[in-house]
Structures are given as C-alpha cells and as structure tokens.
Design a protein around this ligand. Structure first.
Ligand SMILES: [Fe+2]
Length: 198
C-alpha cells in the first residue's frame, strides 16, 4: 500500500522542522502527500517555488510529493488533482466555478470539494467529482460523509489539511501501489483503487 496525505499546506511548514515533520508522518505510515497550497494566496511564481522547495526537501527524506492546489471561488474551496504546475497556473486563472471544473477536466484532472460539510448541496448541484474527508473534522462526521458520498457515486479522498505540519499524515488516502505521476494518481482514484483512511 502507498499512503498519501491529499490535503497539505506545505508552505507553512517551518523550514527548520521539515525533516522532523516528515519523519513523524512516515512513522504514521504516510509515504507522501499532495501539496495543495492556497492558489490565490501567492503570486504564481511564488506558488510554484513554494511547491518545488518543499518537494525537494521532502524528496531528500524519501517522502513523495505530488502537485496540487486548493482553489477558492465564490467562498468554496476546491482541491485540484492530476495537473502539473503549468496546468494548475492556467486552471487557477479561471474566474467561475463552472470554468474551473471545465478547465481541470480538460487537463484530465479531478476536482474534489474540500471540507464539504460547509457547502454540501453545492457539490451535487455543480456535478463535482467528489468529496474529501478532512482531518480537521470530527471522525463521526467524516464517516457519515463517506456513506452519503459513496451512495451518491462521488469519489472520496482524505487529507489532513495540515497547515503547520504537526498533523501531516494523521489522515491519508491509501493506494494499492505508488502512483507513477499526477495522471496515474487520478486514474487510480477514478478507478477506485484507493481508500480514504480516517
Ligand atoms: Fe486547506
């Protein structure tokens, strides 16, 4: 199995403590993460540099980091998976939710609603790909969300939403094997070769 924390804010992980944070996550059985920094909080160049800096530091410890983003539009947060940095920069420039969904799908990616308990109905109205089980929510709520999401045919992922690194790897998505790249990662999610572990 290969376990990925699918929702992380790696920019805020204190540089001096990165090694410690990663080793603790690996102790929890987590093998890597998707860096899903807030897209609109940084100039595009900084957004990409932040990702690369963390991916390089993590790579030295054998911790795998995939490209992703958390994009906020109309007070909703969307997790983008399956796109490389160049594609994320393009998709993130869209101004409407409908446009964002179309752009992400055109690159072969998926859009998962972050912490969906805040705006559940909208996911279904917008025909999004799925919901995440967020590590900052109560476990019972996530269990109920998983049941409802599966009944609705939504894809379900899980991530810690760690902002300072302490919670990295407390919640993750387990894959049958290590995804080869971003595209393989979303193919495995679409093919249900994954399990949200909370
Ligand atoms: Fe987040």
């Amino acid at each position: 199995m290969f376990n990925l924390d699918m929702h992380t804010h790696t920019t805020h992980f204190r540089k001096r403590k990165v090694k410690e944070i990663i080793l603790r996550a690996m102790d929890r059985g987590c093998h890597g993460c998707v860096s899903t920094e807030h897209f609109h909080s940084y100039p595009p160049g900084d957004f990409v540099d932040n990702y690369r800096r963390f991916a390089d530091m993590a790579g030295e410890e054998g911790f795998v980091v995939f490209e992703g983003a958390e994009i906020t539009l109309q007070h909703m947060d969307f997790l983008v998976y399956g796109l490389n940095m160049e594609e994320i920069l393009d998709a993130g420039s869209t101004k409407t939710i409908k446009g964002l969904i179309e752009r992400v799908h055109s690159y072969g990616g998926i859009l998962i609603q972050a912490h969906p308990l805040r705006k559940m109905k909208r996911t279904i109205e917008l025909k999004m790909d799925g919901w995440e089980l967020n590590g900052r929510e109560a476990k019972e709520k996530n269990i109920a969300l998983r049941g409802l999401g599966e009944a609705l045919g939504l894809l379900i992922t899980a991530g810690s939403d760690a902002h300072r690194g302490v919670g990295l790897g407390t919640v993750f998505t387990s894959f049958e094997e290590q995804p080869k790249d971003n595209k393989d990662l979303v193919d495995m999610i679409r093919g249900n070769k994954h399990q949200a572990c909370i």
